[in-house]
Design a protein around this ligand. Structure first.
Ligand code: ZN
Length: 75
């Protein structure tokens, strides 16, 4: 068992990126992103749900995690 039950790390169209970590036994995601629209970077927390999306706290752009097919699960 790893420390996290869900991990994803995506590059976004337009140059941004998003990383989402959900600790084992938690429903709160640890999110780190760079907004593809304004370039703002932030680390924050948000309740975990699928499909996951988060709004840039600087410009309000909605950042979506596009597909969950390529998710990486830690063994
Ligand atoms: Zn932004």
């Amino acid at each position: 068992m790893g420390k996290y039950r869900y991990i994803t790390n995506r590059l976004l169209e337009g140059g941004g990126r998003i990383r989402v970590l959900v600790p084992t036994g938690s429903d709160e995601a640890e999110v780190s992103y760079t907004c593809p629209k304004c370039g703002f970077s932030e680390e924050t927390r948000k309740p975990w749900k699928k499909p996951f999306s988060i709004r840039c706290s600087k410009c309000g752009f909605l950042i979506r995690v596009p597909s969950l097919r390529k998710e990486i699960k830690k063994k």
